[in-house]
Design a protein around this ligand. Structure first.
Ligand code: BMA
Length: 356
């Protein structure tokens, strides 16, 4: 189908499908329209349900799906049928295609296992893991196989007509903290950057042309130099973001977000790349006006393309970040939804990919 490009954007990667190039333009232009709202694992499960066709806690509360859906493909590297959150990859693929068909965006994170210990992403018992997967390292060959499996999944994301679904991939996230095996104290800047470049090069070698890449540190960087300390390069990264959660009170959250947003806005402008709040939330949302009185003021004045809140776990008590019918913040979420600046699936369905 013909693509109407509203502007020519310099694309980080040389070969991308037209739909993927269009997504990059869509992300870049989105702040002129508003901020897309996103939710992790939105259509897979929620509070008190799992796998119901077409169901979404966000839709049950406000009437529309999120404009952005986030999924995690941890354990794809093992050749498993199910993700680390016990969802079959076939189901994830189906929901990614459904989100694309309704005009929404998909982003993917990767909480992959620790290749040295066999533990999970959070196994930080060993500081040689990143070095071990780089060329010359003892896990290098095995790890290329892990990237190949992940690449195959990306390439398998296709509509019935055979159109590859554009994905914003966000691997190696929150690396400025030290809770993942690729984190700040677990490796050095050169090895972290080499990990990114190896991932990118191998995916390109595997013919992956439907994937954009997001750089997504935490709130640790205090200025743009710290933010960019481990930045893998303009030729790899398409979107810049950061992850920030509310753990303490509202003021602490707002001040931390504000600091990180200022850095992000500055770096985004300098590099001419779209920016986003790639993960946020307040676990269980114990504040009935959090959406309009905390999240909205945190994001409203910044040119971000989207904001994602984390999952509504069905298997882990009190691990949810979006409202569900009857939740204390549900009415406030509807007010948030009603604001012209917040964009949901129906708001973006003819904008994101510039479809005719
Ligand atoms: C984390 C938690 C984990 C989950 C992971 C990937 O932040 O929600 O329980 O396994 O994300 O979805």
């Amino acid at each position: 189908m013909p693509l109407m490009m509203s502007c020519q954007k310099e694309v980080a990667q040389p070969t991308l499908t037209p739909e993927t190039e269009a997504l990059l333009v869509g992300l870049t232009e989105m702040p002129k329209q508003g901020i897309m709202f996103g939710h992790h694992d939105d259509p897979l499960y929620g509070i008190g349900w799992e796998g119901d066709e077409g169901r979404s806690d966000v839709k049950s509360v406000c009437g529309d799906y999120p404009a952005v859906m986030s999924f995690d493909i941890g354990h794809i590297e093992l050749g498993a049928n199910e993700s680390l959150d016990k969802i079959s990859f076939d189901k994830i693929r189906k929901e990614i295609v459904a989100q694309y068909n309704r005009g929404g965006m998909n982003t993917i994170s990767w909480h992959l296992d620790n290749p040295t210990t066999g533990g999970d992403s959070w196994d930080i018992s060993d500081t040689t893991v990143v070095a071990s997967v780089l060329p010359g390292g003892e896990n290098h060959d095995m790890f290329l196989g892990w990237i190949d499996r992940m690449s195959d999944f990306m390439s398998s994301l296709q509509t019935e007509e055979g159109v590859k679904v554009p994905i914003l991939f966000r691997p190696w996230h929150e690396h400025t903290g030290s809770w993942f095996w690729w984190g700040q104290k677990l490796t050095n800047a050169d090895d972290y950057k080499a990990l990114w470049r190896m991932t990118y090069d191998r995916m390109k070698k595997n013919g992956v042309d439907n994937v954009l890449f997001a750089y997504s540190p935490g709130t640790e960087p205090k200025d743009s130099t710290e933010y960019l300390e481990r930045y893998p390069g303009d030729d790899i990264i398409d979107l810049l973001g950061f992850d920030a959660y509310q753990f303490g009170n509202r003021d602490q959250y707002l001040s931390s977000i504000n600091n990180s947003m200022n850095i992000l806005e500055q770096v985004g402008k300098a590099k001419n790349k779209p920016i986003a709040l790639t993960e946020t939330g307040y676990e269980t949302i114990p504040d009935s006006t959090w959406w309009t009185q905390t999240l909205m003021p945190a994001i409203a004045n910044y040119p971000i393309s989207y904001v994602v809140v984390w999952r509504n776990a069905r298997e882990k008590e009190n691990h949810y970040y979006a409202p569900y019918p009857g939740h204390v913040s549900a009415d406030d979420f509807v007010l948030f939804y009603d604001q012209p600046q917040t964009l949901f699936a129906q708001d973006v369905n003819d904008k994101l990919y510039q479809k005719n």
